[in-house]
Design a protein around this ligand. Structure first.
Ligand code: IPE
Ligand code: IPE
Ligand code: MG
Length: 254
């Protein structure tokens, strides 16, 4: 897949790249009068279901918001439980993902994780590096603002070293330094849990992404719901700042 700063206007039937804010685990557990961690555990099942769905539908890239930079501020007990679940999932799932041709990568501030988790992340990436059926990107300790700030730092370092003329820093240069630079930006964004916000997910990358929100809590997600989002997406017209007539002209073969 090739990265493009501004994708050509198009209306592909199926998104190439799907990005999901998996929200509502805590409320799912609270509704059942169970501790929040029970919701996170149930949420892991929905992750597997979503990966299956993407493989079946031929979606080339899936980026999941698993843990935000801001989520470190949650109660210690919840953060600890999430870390344990994350490590367990890494230990349990990666061989099977590899067998199915999934390339696993992590975006976010990796240095904030403890060594055993960082080691597992590196192993998962190395083991699956040659796969291309589905690019699975896990956003963990990720923040969109932090991502853009890191890109600015990298560009500033190049400029300070005399390797880059500051006047040549354009959107393509920034796009090349943010996370997921080698993938097309997400076509479709889904957020479960009923809140209509981005919560510091992929800020740069979502500039022209189609947004879709649902009240359904993440652990209750099923293939039918994902298909509804895809059906809605298929009916939209992506104009990228142009007019509807211009888009129609581009879609009609000459
Ligand atoms: C999303 O579910 C998972 C993470 C943020 C780790 P929440 O834990 O935010 O669930 P709610 O929003 O409190 O229901
Ligand atoms: C966004 O959910 C982060 C993840 C799903 C990992 P939050 O629950 O952290 O978002 P807010 O706090 O409702 O904005
Ligand atoms: Mg939440």
């Amino acid at each position: 897949m090739r990265m493009t700063a501004m994708p050509a206007p198009a209306r592909p039937a199926v998104p190439q790249h799907l990005a999901i804010v998996m929200d509502g685990n805590g409320r799912w557990a609270q509704q059942r009068r169970r501790p929040r961690v029970v919701g996170h555990r149930a949420g892991a099942r929905a992750v597997n279901l979503t990966i299956d769905f993407c493989l079946q539908r031929g979606i080339g890239a899936l980026t999941l918001f698993a843990f935000s930079s801001e989520n470190w501020g949650r109660p210690e007990e919840e953060v600890g439980a999430l870390m344990k679940l994350f490590l367990n999932a890494l230990e349990r799932e990666v061989d099977e993902l590899h067998r199915r041709g999934v390339r696993v990568r992590f975006i976010g501030e990796r240095e904030r994780f403890v060594d055993p988790i960082r080691a597992r992340m590196a192993t998962a990436e190395a083991q699956t590096a040659g796969n291309g059926r589905l690019h699975l990107n896990i956003a963990a300790s990720y923040g969109g603002r932090q991502d853009i700030a890191a890109a600015a730092r990298a560009l500033a370092r190049e400029a300070a070293a005399g390797r880059l003329d500051p006047e040549r820093i354009d959107q393509a240069a920034v796009a090349a330094h943010v996370a997921l630079a080698d993938l097309p930006p997400p076509d479709l964004f889904i957020r479960t849990g009923g809140d209509c916000r981005i919560s510091n997910f992929l800020l740069w990358q979502l500039a022209y992404t189609e947004l879709w929100f649902t009240e359904t809590l993440w652990p209750d997600v099923d293939a039918g719901l994902l298909q509804r989002a895809l059906d809605d997406y298929a009916g939209r017209e992506r104009r990228f700042g142009l007019t509807s007539a211009q888009i129609a002209a581009m879609e009609t073969p000459a």
